[in-house]
Design a protein around this ligand. Structure first.
Ligand code: OGA
Ligand code: NI
Length: 394
C-alpha cells in the first residue's frame, strides 16, 4: 500500500499522529514533493546575491552551483588525526601533546583506534539509517512537542524566533544519561535493535568521552580528572541523529548553520560513504571533516572553552547539504547537569576571561535563539577583560 502524500505543493501539511503535530514540517517532505526551488524560509543567500554569483559564472545556475559547491567543500586541509592505538605509558606523553595541540589550534580532531567497538558503531549507524528510512507517518509517532526544548523527531531546533531561517535538516534528539532523563516514548521501537544498540552505544561513547577529557586535562598540565570533575556528576549525555536530505539548491541553504556546541565535548559518527558535510572554521577557511571509517570527529564545546579560560577552543562549524545525496551523522554530546555553574577553573585562570554561567541558561539561550556562531560565548567575556574591549592604540 502506498500512502498518498502532499497533494498540493503550497498547502501547509500537518501530519498528526495521535496527540502530535509538526512544529515545522520535516525537510524530507519537501524533498518528497520534489521541490526544485528551496522555499524562502530556508534561504541563507538571497535571490539577488545568487544572481550576482550566477552573473560571475557565465550566467549558468549549474556553473554557479558547481563553483560554490567546490568552494564550500574547501581546500586540501584536514583536521588533525589522533591514533590511540599505541596509547600506553610509553606513548602517553606524545598522545597528550597531540591532543593539546589539536584542542588549542583547531578545537577539532579525529580519533581512530579509540576502543569503541567498530561493529557497534556500524550497528548504530545502521539502526539510525533504518529509522530515518521509515515512512514519515511512522516517524510522526516520535515527533517532539512544539514550543519547547523537546526530545523526539523534528526539524525545528529553536523555540523562539519564529522567523529564523531554517536549516535543511531533520533529526531525532534523545537524552541518554543519566538514565533517569531518558524518555522512552521517543525511542523508536523500529527497527527492533534500535533501543538496545543505542543503550550500548551510549555507554561505550561515554567511556571514551571520559578518556578524552582525561587526555585533555593532562594536556593542560593538570591531573587527569580535572575537566571531568569541573563538569560534575552526573554528566549528561544527549544524542542527535541528524539527517540532511539531498538539496536541489545546496548553495543557498545550510544543513546546520554555523555554531559552536554548547556542552563540554562532542563526538560525531559520520556515515562513511556520505559526501563531505561537516566543515570546521580554521582561520577564515571552512575545512572539511571528511568521513573516515571507524573514526570519531571530536570537538571541544563551549563549557570546555570556558573552563579552560579559552585555552581550548570551541570552534565554529557548520554542515552543508549535497545536491545529489543525503547524509546522516550521529553526534553525542557530553554535557554538565542543568544546574552546574560553569566558570574558568582556578588552576587555569589567573585572570578569568569569562563570567560564570549556569549550564541550563546557556542551553536555553541556544534553543531560544538558534545556532549563531559564537555569539553566546562572546557575551560571557567579562567586561573588564581586555578581550571585551578593543585595545586602545597608544
Ligand atoms: C551538531 C553538529 C554535525 C553533523 O549536531 O551540533 O554540528 O555533521 N553536527 O551533523
Ligand atoms: Ni555542532
Amino acid at each position: 500500500m502506498v500512502a498518498a502524500r502532499g497533494p498540493a505543493p503550497t498547502a501547509p501539511i500537518r501530519i498528526v499522529a495521535p496527540g502530535r503535530e509538526w512544529g515545522v514540517e520535516p525537510v524530507e517532505l519537501l524533498v518528497e514533493r520534489g521541490v526544485e526551488k528551496v522555499p524562502s524560509t530556508y534561504r541563507r543567500v538571497s535571490v539577488e546575491e545568487e544572481e550576482e554569483l550566477m552573473a560571475l559564472n557565465d550566467n549558468s545556475i549549474a556553473a554557479a552551483a558547481e563553483v560554490e559547491e567546490e568552494d564550500r567543500i574547501g581546500s586540501g586541509m584536514d583536521i588533525p588525526l589522533i591514533d590511540l592505538k599505541e596509547w600506553d605509558e610509553s606513548h602517553r606523553e606524545e598522545i597528550v601533546s597531540k591532543v593539546r595541540e589539536a584542542c588549542e589550534e583547531w578545537g577539532f580532531f579525529r580519533i581512530v583506534n579509540h576502543g569503541v567497538d567498530v561493529h557497534l558503531m556500524q550497528r548504530m549507524m545502521q539502526v539510525a539509517k533504518e529509522f530515518i528510512g521509515l515512512p514519515i507517518e511512522e516517524k510522526a509517532a516520535y515527533v517532539g512537542r512544539p514550543g519547547m526544548i523537546s526530545q523526539g523527531y523534528g526539524s525545528k531546533y529553536t523555540i523562539g524566533a519564529e522567523d529564523a531561517v531554517r536549516d535543511w535538516r531533520d533529526y531525532l534528539f534523545l537524552w541518554l544519561q543519566p538514565e533517569e532523563v531518558r524518555d522512552y516514548a521517543y525511542w523508536p521501537s523500529k527497527p527492533e535493535a534500535f533501543r538496545e544498540t543505542m543503550d550500548q552505544y551510549s555507554r561505550e561513547v561515554q567511556e571514551l568521552a571520559r578518556k578524552v577529557l582525561g587526555l585533555m586535562s593532562e594536556g593542560l598540565g593538570q591531573r587527569t580528572g580535572l575537566l571531568e570533575e569541573a563538569i560534575g556528576e552526573p554528566p549528561y549525555q544527549k544524542v542527535l541523529i541528524n539527517y540532511y536530505p539531498a538539496c536541489p539548491q545546496p548553495q543557498v541553504v545550510d544543513g546546520f548553520h554555523q555554531h559552536s556546541d554548547i556542552g563540554a565535548l562532542t563526538m560525531v559518527l559520520q556515515e562513511d560513504e556520505a559526501p563531505v558535510g561537516l566543515q570546521v572554521r580554521y582561520d577564515n577557511h571552512w575545512v572539511p571533516a571528511r568521513p573516515l571509517p571507524a573514526s570519531f570527529v571530536v570537538n571541544v564545546a563551549d563549557q570546555v572553552e570556558i573552563l579552560t579560560n579559552g585555552r581550548y577552543k570551541s570552534i565554529e562549524h557548520r554542515v552543508v547539504p549535497n545536491r545529489h545525496r543525503s547524509r546522516l551523522s550521529i553526534p553525542v554530546f557530553y554535557d554538565a547537569a542543568p544546574d552546574v555553574m560553569i566558570s574558568p577553573v582556578k588552576e587555569l585562570a589567573q585572570i578569568p576571561i569569562y563570567k560564570q554561567v549556569k549550564f541550563d541558561d546557556h542551553e536555553h539561550a541556544f534553543y531560544e535563539y538558534g545556532a549563531n556562531g559564537k555569539n553566546m560565548v562572546q557575551s560571557y567575556i567579562l567586561s573588564n577583560h581586555p578581550l571585551a574591549q578593543p585595545l586602545s592604540a597608544s
